[in-house]
Design a binder for this molecule. Structure first.
Ligand SMILES: Cc1cc2nc3c(=O)[nH]c(=O)nc-3n(C[C@H](O)[C@H](O)[C@H](O)COP(=O)(O)OP(=O)(O)OC[C@H]3O[C@@H](n4cnc5c(N)ncnc54)[C@H](O)[C@@H]3O)c2cc1C
Length: 422
């Protein structure tokens, strides 16, 4: 392997692979170093191996999904929008489709087609990709401009490489078995950067409650959940994106599915014994008043049990659990419902409190919240404001979005802008 390069990209994931194709198309000599024996491992496992490539929406909506940190994404999205991503992937021969939720997938439902398309582009533009190459250190060159990168390829002894620009795309800390151990953070710190508080995000929630575990297997297509933390960790409750609407899944350990995972960043830091819960609106299209009226109307049909009535709108096992939590029994007829129990049921239907004591953490987190502080990176070119020639893209940055293709879009777009400027 040659030891001198224009650009070395550390990490052959979504951001690094995209950046390599873009930089090589400008005539740069580009080397991508990837620790795993294959590139784009997270692309391969994403979206249940279907790869939710991006979201079918405009760039503004992508940026908004990242909360207030997302503002920085507007400039990189102006250079590579969700539509641009779809167009480029289709140009590589991979047809795409938009699902009802707005998620964009390859028409084949095969994540490998997406990974291969991006690697094909990179190779066609002339970038070099070396897998099984674990980078051990990245630092400014001792003499003059540029950087020194120490890498170990397979069982060979470590090599010293040099380059004019270095792009760190080492990802975050989640699913560390995929090679993402946070290697890039200390290198960034060593070159003057701040790493904001790191925590798992998009990870399932844990509940000790037996009644929650008993609901295991129930899926709701449309619920609205809100994270609620009281006491010493209450500041977490003020986090942005504490509310999410969509699918919710009950499991043997707690809750999962897009809504639970989207609000999980609020529960990741629970250290004290602050009471924490997730409030679930089981009927988000129905106001409290409409909900109460529904139960009052049902009371006129004297032969039906309350569980039976609730089962019109929510799964029967869940209906039965609600009746018990509200202080009634399954054999009670609607006409026999006291006002107190009816009010209690309305409260549970609109704001069912599910106690949460933590999350499944990094091993099951789809992304890492926190990372390289955004103010220290110029998003016009993705270059460090601390060390000229150092660039960042992807999850290593303090950016984490919801489920739906938003995180890949941020990786493709930041990678693309970096590739245009390295
Ligand atoms: C199970 C799962 C499903 C997901 N599904 C989706 C989805 O459908 N849609 C979506 O938008 N997002 C999804 N995500 C999130 C998405 O995968 C990430 O946002 C995205 O991969 C981030 O891209 P990246 O290039 O920054 O990091 P990564 O893709 O994680 O790539 C970082 C790469 O750097 C390499 N690396 C790290 N350290 C070194 C080193 N020292 N030397 C060499 N190489 C190194 C790693 O091996 C890794 O390959 C999912 C995540 C997971 C875990």
């Amino acid at each position: 392997m040659q030891t001198r390069w224009d650009v070395i990209i550390v990490g052959g994931g979504a951001a690094g692979l995209w950046a390599a194709g873009t930089a090589a198309a400008r005539g740069k000599q580009v080397l991508v170093l990837e620790k795993n024996n294959k590139a784009g491992v997270k692309i391969l496992m994403s979206g249940g191996t279907r790869c939710n490539i991006t979201h079918h929406c405009d760039s503004r909506k992508i940026a908004e999904a990242f909360g207030k940190n997302g503002r920085v994404l507007l400039s990189v999205l102006s250079r590579l929008s969700p539509q641009d991503v779809v167009r480029q992937i289709e140009q590589e021969g991979v047809a795409t489709k938009v699902e009802e939720t707005g998620k964009v997938f390859p028409a084949s439902d095969r994540a490998i087609d997406v990974r291969d398309a991006i690697v094909r582009r990179l190779a066609r533009e002339g970038a070099s990709l070396v897998t099984g190459a674990a980078v051990q250190s990245v630092r400014p060159a001792a003499a003059g401009a540029g950087f020194e990168v120490v890498v170990q390829v397979q069982a060979q002894s470590a090599m010293n490489l040099t380059c004019d620009s270095v792009l760190l795309t080492t990802g975050g800390l989640s699913y560390s078995g995929c090679g993402t151990n946070g290697d890039g953070y200390p290198w960034a710190q060593g070159m003057g950067h701040t790493i904001t508080s790191l925590r798992p995000a998009l990870t399932p929630l844990l509940s000790h409650e037996a009644w929650v575990h008993e609901l295991s297997g129930i899926t709701l297509d449309d619920a609205e959940v809100t994270a609620r933390v009281i006491g010493a960790d209450a500041k977490l409750a003020k986090l942005e994106r504490a509310t999410s609407r969509g699918g919710l899944l009950w499991t043997h350990f707690g809750c999962s599915g897009p809504t639970a995972m989207n609000v999980s960043r609020c529960f990741s830091d629970l250290q004290s014994h602050s009471p924490a819960s997730m409030l679930v609106d089981l009927l988000p299209d129905l106001s409290r008043e409409a909900c109460e009226q529904w139960l009052l109307d049902a009371a006129k049909e004297s032969n039906r049990t309350i569980t039976n009535v609730l089962s019109q709108r929510i799964p029967k096992r869940l209906a039965s659990a609600l009746v018990a939590i509200a202080g009634s029994t399954n054999d009670v007829h609607t006409s026999e419902l006291s006002k107190k129990i009816r009010n209690s049921l309305v409260e549970r239907l609109k704001a069912l409190s599910v106690p949460i004591h933590g999350t499944r953490g990094y091993p099951k987190a789809e992304v890492t919240a926190g990372g390289v502080a955004l103010g220290e990176v110029n998003f016009q070119d993705m270059q460090s404001r601390k060390t000229p020639g150092l660039f960042f893209a992807g999850e290593i940055l303090d950016l984490d979005g919801p489920i739906g293709g938003f995180n890949f879009q941020a990786a493709w777009s930041t990678g693309h802008t970096a590739g245009l400027h390295v």
